[in-house]
Design a protein around this ligand. Structure first.
Ligand code: NAP
Length: 508
């Protein structure tokens, strides 16, 4: 049952009077429950509790933390249809997507539970003493990784489960030994509260300290700002807009004690299509990409928003085929009226620039919060002259660039900001020309894909979901996969420490 209240540690709390409601975008009407924005006092209580919980949680064994994560997964599954119905009513996404995302969320929690069942993830090293080394003896030095402290996680609008309350940021931070305070996303506060209730149940069942998890509701920046500024918060995880991530990064840097903000933000995910692909597989490529551009109504951070070609005899046909196949896919509902507004205004910014042609877009009546897919095209020369065309259009949109030759194609890649992904579509005959393309892409992206689509981010150890700014604020880390635990720990060395006082993981 939804209460509309915050979880301050294990307690439900609603001391404030400001409320908001979520919106059912399919029906274009408000959902019934009012959600109480946390007061600054409640924010402070949640952080103080997290700080207190940290003193014991950081010492809880890996096996017990793993049991906690597995219990969260079990409790999420136990929410069953109540969770799926809530997800659908707050996101406009179909039931199948809700179930898939729940599976991913549960899978992530269990993957982190497996990871921390042994201590290998801590990146331990042991340098044994050499007492008789000349000219000076060498000390015994052993290094491990220790958790940073309370972490604030901002839930993402576009993944109400997998990148939200118990999503990858929360799972990795809890796995590392950090308490978590979630800033729930105002667009799916009900889904957030249900998942928070599952985490609290799991914490109680597995004996975790009160304050290991809190769920804070709010909109209009007040709560998020207070959390990031709180001196006892030690790190931040974020998925959302460039403006939001950058604002929080700046806020964290301005604190008396600056803290890391791991923000995963905008990306237009360039896709380079080499000439022999257009000669041999234009139609198949157009179908595949129409599917990728419209997948999830284009509301993925890995959506292919920029397609780079070399203008040739097959390019015009390919572009018009891609545009037709894209608009032939039935329009779908967006997450929220604000997201739709952003989609339309950013789409208009790109489409109205000099030299941009709207190849095709869905015209006529569509549902209130539905997205009209759109494909635009522009010459390489015009693209290079105008960085406004790099704007992320969050939705079923792509801009196709027609470079006059390979050299201009490279210039276009070099002109881009950091991206999560880069994709190369090539035939064997293109391989010789690929080296420069790949070198340029590698400087810009976190993951490179061959003959595939960028949408779909596998959760595994080798995944990099991040990239040079503004794809993320720290390209050395990934936000997806078990490697993401590294964001919440710091290296710590013991020098000449008595063997019996060493942590277990450094004894052998
Ligand atoms: P958002 O505006 O970045 O907000 C995300 C979260 O950050 C919210 O909880 C928001 O709090 C908080 N926040 C944002 N700016 C803040 C600030 N200056 N100070 C304190 N807190 C702040 O993202 P969104 O609402 O989810 O979506 C808006 C747009 O972001 C989308 O249309 C899309 O263009 C982009 N987006 C991109 C991705 C991606 O993966 N690339 C994912 C999602 C969204 P409040 O609720 O209190 O405002």
């Amino acid at each position: 049952m939804i209460t509309g209240k915050n979880y301050i540690g294990n307690q439900l709390s609603a001391k404030g009077t400001t409320t908001h409601k979520t919106i059912n975008p399919q029906l274009n009407e408000e959902n019934p429950t009012p959600f109480f924005q946390a007061t600054l006092e409640e924010v402070d209580q949640a952080v103080e509790l997290a700080d207190k919980a940290f003193k014991t949680y950081r010492k809880v064994s890996g096996a017990k933390r793993a049991a906690f994560l597995n219990a969260i997964a079990d409790e999420i599954l136990a929410l069953d249809n109540e969770l799926i119905r809530m997800y659908v009513s707050e996101s406009g996404l179909p039931e199948g997507r809700a179930m898939g995302e729940r599976g991913r969320t549960v899978g992530q929690l269990r993957a982190f539970a497996d990871l921390i069942s042994s201590e290998d993830w801590r990146n331990r090293t042991i340098d044994e003493a050499i007492p008789n080394r000349e000219p000076l003896p060498k000390s015994d030095i052993r290094k491990t990784s220790i958790p940073l402290g309370p972490v604030v996680v901002f839930a993402a609008s576009n993944f109400p489960l997998a990148f939200s309350t118990a999503g990858g940021d929360t799972a990795s931070a809890l796995a590392s030994g950090c308490p978590v305070i979630v800033k729930s996303h105002a667009m799916h506060s009900g889904t957030g509260e249900l998942v928070a209730s599952a985490i609290i149940k799991a914490a109680e069942k597995t004996g975790m300290p009160n304050g290991v998890f809190s769920n804070i509701t709010g909109s209009g920046r007040v709560v998020g700002t207070a959390l990031v500024k709180h001196p006892k918060v030690k790190a931040v995880g974020f998925t959302g807009s460039i403006a939001g991530g950058r604002a929080l990064y700046n806020l964290a840097a301005q604190r008396e004690e600056p803290i890391p903000v791991f923000a995963e933000m905008g990306s237009i995910n360039p896709v380079v299509i080499m000439p022999n692909v257009l000669a041999k597989k234009a139609e198949e490529t157009a179908s595949t990409y129409a599917g990728s551009i419209t997948l999830g109504t284009g509301q993925f951070c890995t959506n292919p928003g920029l397609i780079l070609t070399i203008d040739g005899e097959n390019t015009t046909t390919f572009i018009s085929d891609l545009a037709q196949k894209t608009i032939d896919i039935a329009p779908q509902c967006m997450l929220h009226p604000n997201i739709k507004e952003g989609y339309e205004s950013n789409g208009e910014i790109v489409a109205s620039q000099k030299g941009v042609e709207v190849v095709k877009q869905i015209e006529g009546e569509i549902g209130e919060n539905y997205a009209a897919s759109k494909i635009c095209a522009v010459s390489g020369e015009d693209f290079l002259a105008n960085p406004k065309m790099h704007t992320e259009v969050f939705g079923p949109f792509s801009l196709v660039v027609k470079a006059k030759d390979q050299q201009e194609l490279i210039q276009v890649i070099d002109s881009l900001e950091g991206q999560l992904t880069g994709t190369v579509l090539a035939e064997k005959e293109d391989f010789e020309d690929l080296h420069n393309v790949v070198d340029s892409l590698q400087a810009k992206v976190g993951r490179i894909i061959f003959n595939g689509v960028p949408t779909g981010v596998e959760v595994c150890e080798s995944m990099t979901h991040g990239g040079p700014y503004p794809a993320s604020t720290d390209s050395r880390f990934t936000a997806v996969g078990v490697g993401s635990i590294k964001r919440w720990v710091r290296p710590f060395s013991y020098q000449d420490w008595p063997f019996e006082l060493l942590p277990e993981e450094l004894k052998s």
